[in-house]
Design a protein around this ligand. Structure first.
Ligand code: MEV
Length: 309
């Protein structure tokens, strides 16, 4: 049995696709679980939450299981398992789909870990991440690689596309509230829209990406120094730029606003935007007020997670 957590992006979504830095942290309150057992006939993949199953090599494969089936094949190949014995691979997940919490990357990571453990091989985070990145292309089109990286490393990361992630120390642990807007927002769609706008107005979008990238750089310093007031302000600044990018929505803006009014130090959307999740920097004393404000504001689920090194 293998587990992989969810994730949230704290700073730099979208700009990270264009080579600017971003910061992401794992969220262990939610996650994906994969069990790999001896089967009877063929390699059977069961996605319990989706009510779907597929036997490798048979066609047709349901679109939703395509990335998973292809990842099972590539992982078995990577592990050197040419003629796999009969297997039953069972996938479950508590991460809501298309809410910016990395559900696809978490399922893929748990899958790679489950298969490698079953065949007695221990893969390092970088190896897992590289395998998962291929599956991410199905979900995201042109993924930056931040989701597979933060989920395989399970540590706060400062990430630049194509470079090794920097795992950095948080000066003072802090609390994040994560609210699910209840609106599904597939990353591929929103990333595609941003790309079209960038193609139409490259210099405007390049400037926005630069500004977002600089915020991520400053945010890393503030996290290392444990300066939470300034970290909160940087979240607000990042949110304003995400609005300029056109990936926020009145609902997400409203949730960020009520979190601030309830005492959060800062807040923003997290992930692709349009729907998905919002995050707010909170303290123990403001936790209940922010949670209540979000529930009243229509958030479907609110969780709090501590970010530490
Ligand atoms: C998705 O979690 C974050 C985006 O920046 C896309 C990506 O980095 O691939 C929107």
């Amino acid at each position: 049995m293998a587990f992989a957590p969810g994730k949230v992006i704290l700073f730099g979504e979208h700009a990270v696709v264009y080579g600017r830095p971003a910061i992401a942290v794992p969220v262990t309150q939610v996650g994906a679980r994969v069990t790999v057992e001896r089967g009877v006939d063929g390699v059977l993949i069961q996605a319990k939450d989706l009510g779907l199953s597929h036997t490798l090599g048979e066609s047709p494969v349901d679109e939703a299981l395509e990335p998973v089936a292809s990842l099972v094949e590539s992982t078995l190949e990577y592990l050197g398992v040419r003629c796999p014995p009969p297997l039953v691979i069972t996938i479950t997940s508590t991460i809501p789909i298309a809410r910016g919490l990395g559900s696809g990357a978490a399922v893929s990571t748990a899958l790679v870990r489950g298969l490698s453990e079953h065949f007695g091989r221990e893969l390092g985070p970088e190896e897992v991440s590289v395998l998962v990145y291929e599956a991410e292309k199905f979900h995201h089109g042109t993924p930056s690689g931040i989701d597979n990286t933060v989920i395989s490393y399970e540590r706060p990361i400062y990430f630049v596309r194509g470079e090794f992630p920097q795992i950095f120390k948080v000066g003072k642990p802090f609390l994040l509230a994560i609210g699910d807007s209840g609106v599904k927002s597939p990353t591929k769609v929103v990333v595609g829209e941003v790309r079209r706008r960038w193609e139409r107005e490259p210099s405007r979008y390049e400037t926005l990406f630069d500004q977002i990238g600089r915020i991520a750089e400053r945010a890393k310093e503030e996290m290392e120094e444990g300066n939470l007031e300034r970290l909160g302000s940087l979240m607000d600044e990042n949110q304003a730029l995400l609005q300029d990018l056109g990936v926020s929505s009145p609902q997400l803006d409203g949730l960020v606003k009520v979190a601030r009014e309830a005492g959060a130090l800062g807040g923003k959307l997290s992930g692709a935007g349009r729907g998905g999740s919002v995050i707010a920097l909170i303290e123990e004393r403001t936790r209940e007020a922010v949670t209540t404000a979000w529930e009243r504001g229509g958030a479907q689920r609110v969780i709090a997670t501590e970010v530490s090194s």
